[in-house]
Structures are given as C-alpha cells and as structure tokens.
Design a protein around this ligand. Structure first.
Ligand code: NA7
Length: 317
C-alpha cells in the first residue's frame, strides 16, 4: 500500500475573481439569500454572490469557515434554522444526501421553523431523486417552495462561473434565482418536476466515472509498456475521441497531480446513487457497477480527498 499524503486544502481567496463575471452584467436580486455549507463548492459560490452584491447570510457546520465571508460583508448565523428565518431564498450545498436531509429534518434544521410561507429552499447538494422528493415534500408541507438545482462542474468551473445548473421543482424559485445562477453558471436548464434534475445530474456523472476509469486503465497499460504518457495524450489530442475533460484528467494522471477538482469520494458517492436508482428499476448497469468498485477500492487506498483522476493509482497496481 503506498504512503498517501492528503491533498492540501487551499484557503478561499476572497480577492480572486472569475474573469467571466465582469462581462455578465449582473443585476443582483433584492432578496436575501441564505447559504448552508461552505465547503469548496459552497464557498466559491458564496464568494461570487457577495462580489456581485447579493445579500448573503451564511452557516457552516465548522463555524470557523464563515469568518472570511463575514469579513467580506455576509451575515453569519448559529443554525440552519436561523438562516432560514433571516433569508428569503436558502441554498444548501453539503456533501451528500444524509447531510442534506439532516439540515432540513434534523435538530435546528430548516423545518424547525414550521411556517415557511414566503421562503424558498434550493438544494444544490448532489442527491438522488428520492431524497430530493422527501426534502421537497417536507418544505411544501410547511408552505415553502422548493427547487432542486444540481450543479454540474468541477471546483475550477465553479471558480470560473462556468457551472451548468440543472433545476427541477418550483419554476418561480428558478426565476427568482436568476441573478445568482447567472453569477455562477454558463448555462441553466429547468427540467420540470422535482427529481428530474437529480436524475440528469447522476446520468452525467455515470458518463464521467466510466470514462475516467477507461482512461486510467488505458494509461496504466501504456505505462507498463513504458510508452510516454505525454505522447499518448498528445496523440489522443489529435483524435476525434478528445474532450477537454479527458485531456485535463489524462495530464493530471501523467503528472500524478491529484489536486481535488472533483473529489474521488464524491465520484464514488454519485456512482452509488446511480446504482441505487438503477436497482429500483431493475436496470442492469454492469460497467457502472465495476466502475463503482474501482473507485471504492481507490478510496480504501487513501485517495478519498484527492481528485477522481487518482483512480489511475489503482489501475497501475
Ligand atoms: P466539500 O468541500 O467536501 O464540503 C462539504 C460541505 O458539506 C462542508 O461545508 C461540510 O461542513 C458540509 N457537511 C457535510 N456533511 C454535513 C452534515 N451532516 N451536516 C452539515 N454540514 C455537512 O464539498 P464541496 O463543497 O466540494 O461539494 C458540496 C456539494 O456540491 C456536493 O454535493 C457536490 O457534489 C456539489 P464542514 O465544513 O465539514 O463542517
């Protein structure tokens, strides 16, 4: 088993700006936006919302992460429930379905407020359709409005304001989030009912996960033949198979640079959610199942927090 060093966590740089923001001509909504979860994605999004002059109220489980945002003009609250009380539209962006549900149904969670009239809740955490429907139902029962807004893209794409937003649920909320979405995304899609956006997001993640494992195995084979990985990538770049993402991931694999753009643990979580969805439909997904096993094994080798491209390390064994 190799000795694995954890990737460095980069502190949020409140002064760095996406070049695209200046060209977007964003008129900030007058509403107050709550934000639950200041991880890599959440903090990048909130930084840009503050920069584009949105009124933001934040909360994070590890409270220290809120300080740079308070310094930049955001308000901080002690609990998710307090954020809901202070905001009109509340975004949530945490690691997984369990975290997303805890923030809604748990102690000091969103539903503790009981009456969510005039409030809207927007779920950005990557979750499965059932979780989204449960959250949506809970919000609705308290008279609130619900939108799932799944964010597709890497941390760099978030920093560049180049995410793709896939939304489903209440269309009025989608429209009211326009200036926020315009800040962080290059495209937004409204896909109808709650659940639809989660399905589409997870389908895209399936393509990504399977492609990464294929790329990793092919490069590992080249390595066994002592063929230069950079040569393979240069040739790949000239073929019709090339894609910006696979080229970038191939270069990271060749360099052994697994600085997390999309953490491996998130990729494996997504594949698990995909397989659960498929199971409910009796849909056979043998390649995705094996892909999931490959990511699971790479996690066990200590690469959870590295980029998904670290799957290459396992392929080289
Ligand atoms: P990160 O950087 O791993 O951050 C995860 C965030 O989720 C972070 O703020 C965590 O708080 C928070 N978290 C995780 N579990 C919980 C629970 N149970 N309760 C409250 N808060 C929690 O992930 P990213 O920012 O890259 O991604 C976030 C989502 O966006 C993810 O679903 C992606 O697929 C899309 P902490 O700071 O550890 O206290």
């Amino acid at each position: 088993r190799p000795v694995v060093t954890r990737p460095e966590t980069q502190a949020i740089d409140m002064n760095s700006r996406s070049n695209t923001l200046a060209d977007r001509d964003i008129v900030p909504s007058e509403q107050t936006f709550g934000f639950l979860g200041l991880g890599m994605m959440g903090s990048t999004i909130v930084k840009d919302l503050i920069y584009t002059k949105h009124k933001v109220v934040v909360w994070n489980r590890t409270i220290d992460k809120c300080q740079p945002f308070v310094d930049a003009g955001a308000e901080v609250k002690d609990t998710p429930m307090d954020v809901v009380e202070a905001a009109d539209i509340i975004f949530c962006c945490v690691s997984d379905p369990k975290g997303a549900k805890d923030l809604v149904f748990g102690n000091c969670g969103v539903l503790q407020l009981k009456d969510l009239r005039n409030k809207a809740y927007v779920e950005m955490s990557t979750i499965d359709p059932e979780t989204s429907m449960d959250i949506g139902e809970g919000i609705k029962q308290c008279n609130g409005r619900y939108l799932e807004a799944q964010i597709h893209g890497s941390r760099q794409e978030a920093a560049d304001g180049m995410l793709i937003i896939l939304a489903g649920g209440d269309r009025t909320v989608f429209e009211e989030c326009h200036s926020c979405f315009k800040t962080i995304a290059k495209n937004t899609f409204f896909l109808g009912n709650v659940g639809n956006a989660c399905k589409v997001n997870l389908i895209l993640q399936t393509i990504l996960g399977v492609s990464l494992v294929g790329l990793a195995e092919a490069l590992a084979l080249a390595d066994r033949f002592s063929i230069s990985l950079n040569d393979i990538i240069d040739i790949f770049d000239l073929t019709s198979m090339k894609s910006p993402l696979l080229l970038a991931k191939g270069k990271e694999m060749a360099k052994g640079d697994f600085n997390p753009q999309q953490p491996l643990s998130h990729m494996q979580r997504d594949l698990r959610l995909v397989l659960n969805m498929a199971e409910n439909l009796d849909q056979s997904m043998p390649v995705t199942s094996i892909t999931n096993e490959v990511f699971k094994h790479t996690k066990r080798l200590g690469y959870s927090e590295h980029d998904s491209s670290a799957v290459f390390v396992r392929s080289r064994f």
